[in-house]
Design a protein around this ligand. Structure first.
Ligand code: ZN
Length: 242
């Protein structure tokens, strides 16, 4: 098994291109996308198309569902809501169709991987998995050994030992054969929130998993957002990584 796992691109084309260049530079050919192609950023069409071109599995996230009218945007904050309304005006019919065909979970049984945007437990409710306790509950809702998820934009690796003990790894972990199980948050390509503004994604092979950070041209994305009239707080948070 050898995959790059990307999530939460949020229409940030500069970040997505930088990550794809990094993935190709490592010789990785198989890319999995965990949802939220659109929302917040200025290039929803280009990002949807580039994700479709590069990823063999694509999931939908809550922002993708919001722009399709499948999820209520009342619970979005005012800036996220404004970005969804803007995205609705620019997203092409073809890309709407692409997003509308995506599921919200996927099992890759040959590699014992479970993929989801939010949480294995009730994925359509878009809860956040943030703590070891959340992980403990969610380990019961998938049968595969390893779960990859997005949504929180906070990268981490939670390992559950056969004893039941949980270990949180910040950057990388060994994948021990047949012993531990894992929940891995792949972070966000287009809007990291862990106070590190660099784009984030994950790589996994048979022996290890690692969270990778990639620099990209944040100012370019910010200028495009300004020209599009997207909300100032969304523009400004990119340089702080929050
Ligand atoms: Zn997101």
């Amino acid at each position: 098994m050898e995959y790059a796992v990307i999530s939460d691109v949020h229409a940030n084309l500069e970040a997505l291109r930088a990550v794809i260049t990094n993935i190709k530079g490592r010789g990785l050919k198989r890319v999995l996308f965990l949802g939220d192609a659109v929302g917040y950023g200025p290039n929803p069409n280009e990002c949807t198309e580039l994700i479709e071109e590069t990823s063999e599995v694509l999931l939908a996230g809550n922002h993708d569902w919001a722009v399709l009218g499948r999820t209520d945007i009342e619970y979005f904050n005012e800036y996220a809501r404004a970005a969804i309304l803007w995205t609705e005006t620019v997203l092409s019919e073809e890309n709407r169709k692409t997003l509308s065909q995506l599921s919200i979970t996927k099992s890759l049984s040959e590699d014992s991987l479970f993929l989801v945007h939010s949480t294995p437990k009730r994925p359509e409710e878009w809860h956040y998995l943030l703590t070891s306790w959340d992980a403990e509950v969610n380990f019961h809702y998938f049968k595969e050994r390893i779960c990859f998820l997005g949504h929180s934009h906070l990268p981490f690796i939670i390992e559950k030992l056969p004893s039941g003990e949980m270990i949180v790894h910040k950057e990388k972990a060994e994948i021990k054969k047949q012993e531990s199980r894992y929940i891995i948050s792949a972070g966000s390509v287009g809007q990291p929130r862990d106070h590190n503004p660099k784009a984030c994604y994950a790589i996994i092979d048979d022996v290890h998993v690692e969270l990778i950070r990639v620099e990209y041209d944040i100012e370019e994305t910010q200028e495009k957002m300004m020209r599009a009239g997207l909300p100032e707080p969304l523009i400004e948070r990119l340089e702080r990584g929050v």
